[in-house]
Write a protein of this length. Structure first.
Length: 512
């Protein structure tokens, strides 16, 4: 056993820790961009004359391009080289950000956001798969993925802070321009220090039917949930999108089972441990995105916080995520089976979410919201860290990019579902509360405003109860499906025959 564990050490890349700095910087840029524009959107809408009906497309254009092209981006990284994909993705993201910051109208803004999403779909899987192939020692891998997991989990909250500061003290255009120095530094650094292991590319021809079916299917799915939020679940086009998505994705799975060089080899998806990661992570993100939305509105609309103060109000969650990921997850990952980090981690997060079901109009930030965020951050950070590492567990290096893309896909789809599903639940509860208190609301004056605020909070707390249940389900899935590292049990089957990564991961975990 000791020989097997030590075998990968001589092949370790001497520049891997320098590379991690630039990979982490790029990941931060992509993750925070998903939320940084939210706070700037009202100002951008006014300046550019974007209608109320079209303003959602500033968010949706990014989400559709990013979510729809992730699998394609992951396979391009495997085929073309992860370093090449990473650098091109960064340069493209910077150019798209410059276009967005300089936008002089609606069309230019929406085009820039779609381009950001497309280059993000190339960049994100390349970043995660670079970590997977560069860090082969178990303890080093744990530290590297701890840092990556903290950024992947906390970057959205950082985006809220940065978006608030830039919008309030500069202007909304800087929420785009700020990406340019991030991208330039990361691209130059990556080009100088990253060296991919030899023989890790996938030279197979590109699966064009798979690209078309997966892209259209994922775009229809993400757009369906986005549209459900604004138009309702019974809207004919919404239902048509869901049906179309189901047909396209079913056709994609059938196609992948038949072609010689599939875009997404089903072995990547169906291996028990990776499947457990994709499913539990996607569900957990539903809760996270819903909470970002509700807490932002609660703090700004109900409590009257400024955008900057709202952003800083999320700091406890970020601190919790960093602590859970780097101090708990990274330290324990080589000592205990991953399911014993992910399962309890999601339950701790559910406990934090449970506290937030007690929200009221006059709730105290220090007494209720702060401890809830700390628990949520600690739990999510502890669970995200092994999840990110397990996403490429046992994968042949030639499949690392597409396996990494599946993590981002589960998060992207989870985010779309979370925003639409929980917002719908909240809106229904708010409407029901207003109906029950119609007489008081019609009276006008301070009493009516209080009823409106209480109705909003009632909606949030109802939706947060659902988020608690979803996190408990994530915990149950992680404990049930993720079996790697179980004492006395064999390791999972690798996606490729006898990959070094599979051997490396199993030994230190089992031999604790």
């Amino acid at each position: 056993m000791s020989k097997t564990a030590a075998a990968p050490a001589p092949a370790a890349d001497p520049s891997r820790w320098k590379a991690l700095v630039f990979i982490a910087l790029a990941q931060l840029m992509v993750v925070l961009d998903a939320t940084i524009v939210n706070i700037a959107l009202p100002s951008a809408q006014t300046d550019l004359g974007i209608s109320d009906g079209n303003r959602q497309w500033v968010i949706t254009a990014y989400a559709l391009a990013f979510g729809g092209l992730l699998l394609f981006g992951g396979r391009i990284a495997d085929k073309w080289g992860r370093k090449n994909a990473f650098v091109v993705g960064l340069i493209g993201f910077a150019l798209a950000s410059a276009l967005g910051g300089a936008a002089n109208g609606e069309a230019m803004m929406l085009g820039a956001r779609a381009l950001q999403g497309a280059f993000g779909a190339l960049l994100a899987p390349a970043a995660l798969s670079l970590l997977a192939v560069m860090f082969t020692d178990a303890k080093e891998r744990a530290k590297a993925f701890g840092i990556y997991g903290a950024i992947a989990g906390g970057g959205g909250a950082v985006g809220l802070i940065l978006g608030g500061v830039l919008t309030e003290y500069l202007n909304w255009r800087w929420t785009f321009f700020v990406n340019i120095p991030f991208a330039i530094v990361a691209a130059v650094g990556a080009w100088l220090v990253i060296r991919e292991p030899a023989g890790s590319r996938n030279r197979a021809p590109l699966d064009i039917p798979g690209v078309v079916l997966s892209t259209l299917g994922l775009v229809a799915l993400v757009y369906g949930f986005t549209r459900a939020e604004s138009e309702g679940w019974s809207d004919p086009l919404t239902m048509g999108l869901f049906i179309g998505s189901a047909v396209l994705l079913a056709s994609f799975v059938f196609t992948e089972s038949k072609v010689r060089s599939p875009l997404l080899p089903l072995r990547v998806l169906l291996e028990r441990n990776r499947g457990g990661v994709y499913l539990s992570l996607g569900l957990a993100v539903i809760s996270m995105f819903g909470l970002f939305l509700f807490l932002t509105y609660y703090l700004q609309v109900v409590k009257g916080f400024s955008p900057v103060k709202t952003g800083f109000a999320f700091l406890p969650m970020i601190a919790g995520m960093i602590t859970g990921s780097t101090q708990i997850g990274a330290r324990l990952m080589t000592r205990v089976p991953p399911r014993l980090l992910m399962g309890p981690g999601f339950l701790v997060a559910a406990t934090g979410m449970l506290l937030l079901t007690q929200l009221e109009v006059g709730s105290s930030y220090p007494a209720l919201i702060l401890p809830a965020q700390l628990l949520l951050g600690l739990g999510m950070g502890t669970a995200f860290m092994p999840a990110m590492s397990l996403a490429t567990h046992g994968v042949n290096p030639a499949d690392a990019g597409v396996a990494s893309a599946m993590v981002n896909t589960s998060q992207q789809v989870g985010g779309a579902i979370g925003t639409a599903l929980l917002n719908t639940i909240a809106a229904s509860a708010t409407t029901a509360y207003l109906t029950d208190h119609a007489a008081e609301a019609a009276a006008g004056g301070p009493a009516a405003r209080l009823i409106q605020a209480q109705a909003m909070v009632e909606g949030y707390s109802s939706a947060i109860w659902w988020a608690v249940g979803i996190l408990v389900a994530s915990s149950a899935i992680a404990v049930t499906l993720i079996t790697t590292g179980r004492p006395g049990a064999g390791g999972p089957v690798a996606s490729g025959s006898g990959s070094a990564e599979d051997a490396e991961f199993k030994v230190p975990v089992i031999a604790h």
